[in-house]
Structures are given as C-alpha cells and as structure tokens.
Design a protein around this ligand. Structure first.
Ligand code: UDP
Length: 416
C-alpha cells in the first residue's frame, strides 16, 4: 500500500506525502464511512474511487457504501439536485415518501457499520436522512455537498434542511454555497487524481487512435466538452457556440458524455442534443460507457480547446482534468468553475454562446496564447487541485473533529 503513496510522491512531491503520513498517524485505525448514490458516473464517484484507497493506505479503516433505490427514488433525488441548483421543481408527498422509505431500507442493511463508525461522510442529498435514522450513532457525521447551492429553490432546501441540521459539520466547495445551519461549515475544493487512467500521460499512438475511432479529422481544430447529458451542463449552448465560431473558423465539436446511474434525465437531454446536432457531420455526440476513462483522457488530449459551458456547477472536475492536460478551458462563469479558470490567464469565463464563440476564435487564431494558457493551466491545477491536497484537508478536518470534539480547534472556515 505504501507503494501507492510513493507513486503520489513522484507526482506531488515527497514532502506532501510525509505531511499526509504525519496527519494520518493519530487517525490510524479510525473507522470512516463514505456514502453516496452511485459508483460510476459523475464527479463524486470519480473522487471516491481514489480517495478511499489512499485513505486506506494511510492506515484508516475506510468503507464506501452506495444508497440504491428504484426509478422513482432517482426521480425524486434528481428533483432535489435541480431544485438545489435553483430550478422550481414540484415534489409530491408520495415521491418524498419514496425518498424517506428508500433511505430507511438502505439504513437497515448498513446500521451496524454506520452506528459504529468514527466518522461518516454523507455525500449530497440522496442519503441525507441516514443520520436521523441512526439514533445510536457513535461517531461524528459530516454532510458533504458537491452541488451549487448558491441560490436554491427554497421549498426544496427547506425540506432537505431538516435532515442536514443535526449533522456535526458540513463541507461545501465555495463560500457562496454555504447556508444558515447550526453547525460549522467547512470549505474544501474537490480534486483530480493524477494517477487515474483519466489523467495519466498517454502514448501518442493512443491519442491518435481516437481520431480514427470517432472519425475526427486531424487537420481541423477540435473543441470538446465532456459531461453527463444534463441541462445544467448546457450542451445546447455548446452547439450554438460551435456554430457561431464555425462561421469563421474550420472546426469540429465533440460532445462526450454518458449517464450516471442516479440520473434519470440523461436520455431526454441526449435526444435533444442529437436533434440539435442533426445534419452536421462535424458534431460528434459520443455516448461513452462509464469506464471509458482512457478514451476521455485521449479525447481531452486530442482537443485544442476544452469547454465546460455549465450554467450551474458545484466544481467541474472536467475543467481540472483538461487543465492538467495543458488545455485552456472556456468555462461557464458560474460556481466552482470560477475558481479553476483564471479569466484571460488559464482560459476564459463566459456567460453566453456568443462569448464562448468569440473566445474559441480568439484562441484558434492565437496559437501562442493557447499554448501559454495551457501551460499555466497545468501549473495551476498541479498546485491547487490534486487529490493529495484534497486528502490533506479531509485528514485535517477529521483530526480537528476527533480531537476538538465540536471541531472548534481546527476550522478550515466556519459560519455559524
Ligand atoms: N465523466 C465520465 N464519462 C462521461 C462524463 C463524465 O467519465 O461520460 C467524468 C468526467 O471526466 C469527470 C466526472 O465524470 O471526471 C464528472 O465530474 P464533474 O465534476 O465535471 O461533473 P458532475 O457529473 O459531477 O456534475
């Protein structure tokens, strides 16, 4: 297992690993449980796939559990997701009952583990009621919100708040996502794993192979967005930006996505995207399997520019993934993207398809700027958004909560 730490040491620096070991020492043997709603698809699963083994390699006893339900459960939780990101959604009492019953059923199977755990991380709203359903819990419970909660639709937040209030702490990605809650709220930014198949260096032949596999023309620029097919990722806005830019510049667009098992709206958004792309053979809509990590890696490397034109975004791992590959990112001026893209320095922040088109044309006509921004993006991602930094902050938080009781000794940030 220490092999794993050594591998990270080679990317992030041995001093970073020594620091992690030092922080983890008093936490050895600590029973930690993460619960989220999918093992594949979306940023949370992507992070847990590596965070969990890395915590284990530091001597913690880590478990990753997934809440599962029927389609109406996911319909309800997708409604929460949309509502928390500001959409006016109506959730019937019967749907909320499905949500609560599904949580109760899942807790029944996990109760001994949850009640015995020293620290429980509950990710996002899907398993939020777990805490109230474990009255004999022994450890500290933390609600980790990955969603853009800057302007939630109030009725949805009011409903969810009853489940979140009793937690010992919550974690958000940005200060503007925090809420009025009676416990400490911490800020921790997500991260990417530089050693994951998604992010490792690839041999040139493997990058070349994706041109062939997806019929891409190596002689014309490629712009790419990798995202679940979700309205908040604005794939239609990306197509519009591409069309505007293409009037003056030869161009190809790749929209690569797939669906997460907990996202029931993906198919509808995908068919809208296909309709919008119809008749243009330079728009490549790729529906990739959940484990197509190397393919996504190669596409990100083959692209000239990466877009993430979201209109709401908790963080946007795809932005950091592209930055790590030295790509300038044109990102929606929203949520966590604002912390990753330094406007005019590592990429551009845009609010409209017109704005995105303008920046696409600018970068394609100023190749020196494109390369320069890409290099800065890589440096910025390395300094700020690698898994080792993320893990360090989780360890520091756990240490603070275990030693300080209420977390008052070590607060990354706090609002009461
Ligand atoms: N992703 C993937 N396949 C897809 C679409 C996305 O593997 O078809 C990955 C993407 O590379 C990134 C994560 O899923 O690692 C998405 O995380 P992000 O924070 O960008 O968005 P979320 O889906 O969590 O809203």
């Amino acid at each position: 297992m220490s092999d794993l730490l050594d591998q990270y040491g080679r990317v992030a620096g041995q001093d970073v690993i020594d620091h992690l070991r030092q922080l983890a020492n008093p936490l050895k043997g600590l029973k930690v449980v993460h619960v989220n709603s999918t093992r594949e698809g979306g940023g949370v699963a992507e992070i847990l796939h590596k965070l969990v083994p890395l915590m284990e390699s530091l001597g913690l006893d880590v478990h990753w559990e997934v809440i599962t339900g029927e389609s109406d459960f996911y319909q309800c939780t997708k409604g929460f997701h949309n509502g928390l990101q500001g959409q006016q959604v109506g959730l019937s009492d019967s749907l909320l009952k499905v949500f609560e019953d599904t949580n109760a059923r899942n807790v029944e199977q996990l109760r001994p583990l949850l009640e015995e755990a020293d620290i429980v991380f509950i990710h996002d709203p899907q398993p939020a009621p777990f805490l109230k359903l474990c009255p004999n819990r022994k450890g500290k419970w933390i609600w980790r919100c990955h969603i853009d909660l800057s302007r939630p639709y109030r009725p949805v937040w009011r409903y969810l708040k009853q489940w979140i209030t009793p937690y010992d702490a919550s974690i958000f990605s940005l200060p503007e996502f925090t809420q009025l809650l009676p416990h400490p709220q911490y800020l921790i930014l997500p991260s990417i794993d530089p050693l994951a198949e998604k992010n490792i260096d690839l041999p040139e032949e493997e990058i070349q192979a994706v041109y062939k596999q997806f019929c891409l023309d190596p002689d014309r620029p490629i712009i790419l967005q990798v995202s679940r097919f979700d309205q908040f990722k604005d794939p239609l806005g990306v197509i519009e930006a591409y069309r505007l830019a293409k009037k003056l510049t030869p161009l190809q667009l790749v929209l690569a996505g797939g669906s997460a098992t907990d996202d029931p709206e993906g198919a509808a958004v995908l068919s809208e995207v296909r309709r919008a792309a119809e008749g243009d053979s330079d728009i490549h809509v790729l529906e990739l399997p959940a484990d197509a990590h190397r393919t996504i890696n190669a596409l990100q490397r083959a692209a000239d520019i990466v877009l993430q034109k979201s209109i709401k975004e908790g963080f946007g791992l795809t932005v950091t993934e592209a930055m790590w590959k030295r790509k300038p990112v044109i990102g929606g001026d929203t949520g966590g993207i604002r912390l990753q893209v330094i406007n005019h320095y590592t990429g551009f922040l845009v609010q409209t398809p017109e704005g995105a088109a303008l920046r696409i044309r600018y970068l394609l006509h100023h190749r020196d700027r494109l390369l320069e921004m890409g290099k800065r993006a890589r440096r910025y991602a390395k300094e700020n958004f690698l898994l080792t930094r993320h893990l360090r902050e989780y360890l520091a938080l756990m240490l603070g909560m275990m030693i300080g009781g209420e977390g008052e000794r070590l607060e990354v940030w706090m609002w009461k």
